[in-house]
Design a protein around this ligand. Structure first.
Ligand SMILES: *Cc1c(COP(=O)(O)O)cnc(C)c1O
Length: 386
């Protein structure tokens, strides 16, 4: 392996490899028993009533929108700071996206930015899709209350947040437990906290929703108990968004080590905090809300590049030259050519300010504290901090 430190990286051990090898010897490579096993284990781990595995996080979002019956002209609210997929899933179904602004210090949709977006929507919205940026949970009790008040449903995009929790009063909310949403989606892409190569999951508070999602995941085919053995019916077309048993076997072995991986991520994030703090006010870490205990997917710092007399491009190039990967999460989705063409130029100052300042630094379990020392020293040097 090269010495380059990427911003994120999978964590695969011998037991993961053994699990996949075993799966390859099984009778079913896909649609076998390991799928339900992974779903049950994942649901139990996050404290959700049910979970449905699917081919990736984008498919999970698409299935969730189909499940809600999003169609032509239906309005859904999506924060502008997220990956493209959170907005695109609405468009797959013909719905319209109203972009919410985010808090410029956390990157999250807030009750206030949701209220503002609802005002701009000008009509009742079908769905609100909070994104737990970096792994930090949004204020779900408030966001769900606001959404339900006007008849919408909440679908959480928790692609960054497996293993995260946040306390509200005397209630502890875990990412994926669906206490404040109808569905929560996850991604198991290799840069995310646990991986299945490609893969996704939808947790849900309703077993009826889960059953419908399983139908939509496989072409919309329904088999009735007691019917002729060959018979299936389709009421509306679904997709092939299945996750193979091979991937589910990897998911089970990854899930078994999630608690350990989360401890390591928390440890590394705390060390970053400690090393970054003295570099204020030119660099600071994204805000963690009181009561929040994130299992961070991304170690995002915010940098006042102008005050440092440099540019993000120069800093990114300098880091790369020193063997340090970094990434920008994210370019505000409302500024993408497709969405600008569709909705015009929007003024979302929080999202723009976040975008101007953000930079994600390497964070994954194999990273050492000595790597963090080197990353922070290199970054400080590039910003002219002695
Ligand atoms: C990764 C990601 C997705 C998409 O997941 P894929 O598995 O890559 O399809 C969706 N939303 C967010 C916020 C993500 O980070």
């Amino acid at each position: 392996m090269s010495d380059f430190l990427p911003y994120g990286r999978q964590f695969i051990q011998d037991d993961d490899i053994a699990a996949v090898t075993e799966a390859l010897k099984a009778d079913y490579l896909t649609t076998g028993p390991t799928v339900a096993k992974f779903e049950r284990a994942f649901a139990d781990h996050v404290g959700a009533p049910d979970a449905v595995a699917c081919s990736n996080g984008t498919a999970a979002l698409h299935l969730a929108m189909m499940m809600l019956g999003i169609g032509e002209g239906d309005v859904c609210i999506v924060p502008s700071i997220t990956f493209l997929a959170t907005a695109n899933c609405v468009r797959y179904c013909g719905g319209e996206v109203v972009f919410a602004d985010v808090d410029s210090d956390s990157g999250l949709m807030t009750p206030q930015t949701l209220e503002d977006a609802l005002k701009r929507a000008g009509k009742p919205v079908k769905a609100v899709l909070p994104v737990h940026m970096r792994g930090e949970l949004c204020d779900m009790p408030a966001l769900s209350q606001i959404t339900e008040r006007q008849g919408g449903r909440v679908v959480e995009d928790a692609a960054h947040a497996v293993g995260s929790r946040r306390t509200f009063g005397n209630q502890v909310v875990h990412a994926g437990d669906c206490r404040h949403s109808v569905m929560t989606t996850f991604s198991f892409h290799p840069v995310k906290t646990i991986t299945t190569g490609e893969g996704g999951m939808i947790t849900t508070s309703s077993t009826a929703v889960a059953a419908e999602l399983r139908t939509l995941r496989s072409h919309g085919m329904v088999r009735h108990p007691g019917a002729d053995p060959w018979l299936y019916e389709m009421d509306s077309p679904g997709y092939n968004y299945r996750l193979p048993d091979i991937n589910c076997a990897l998911g089970l072995s990854q899930l078994a080590k999630l608690d350990r991986l989360a401890v390591r991520r928390r440890e590394l994030a705390a060390y970053y905090e400690q090393r970054i703090a003295p570099l204020a006010p030119l660099i600071w870490t994204a805000v963690t809300a009181p009561g929040s205990d994130p299992c961070l997917h991304l170690m995002t710092v915010l940098i006042d590049f102008k005050a440092a007399g440099t540019t993000r491009r120069a800093v990114v190039d300098g880091l790369t030259a020193a063997g340090i990967g970094s990434q920008v999460h994210y370019i505000p989705v409302h500024t993408q050519p497709y969405y600008r063409k569709r909705y015009g130029d929007l003024d979302l100052p929080g999202a723009n300010a976040w975008y101007e300042a953000c930079l994600s630094l390497p964070l994954y379990p194999q990273l050492e504290k000595s790597d963090i020392d080197r990353i922070v020293e290199t970054l400080g040097g590039l910003l002219g901090i002695k």
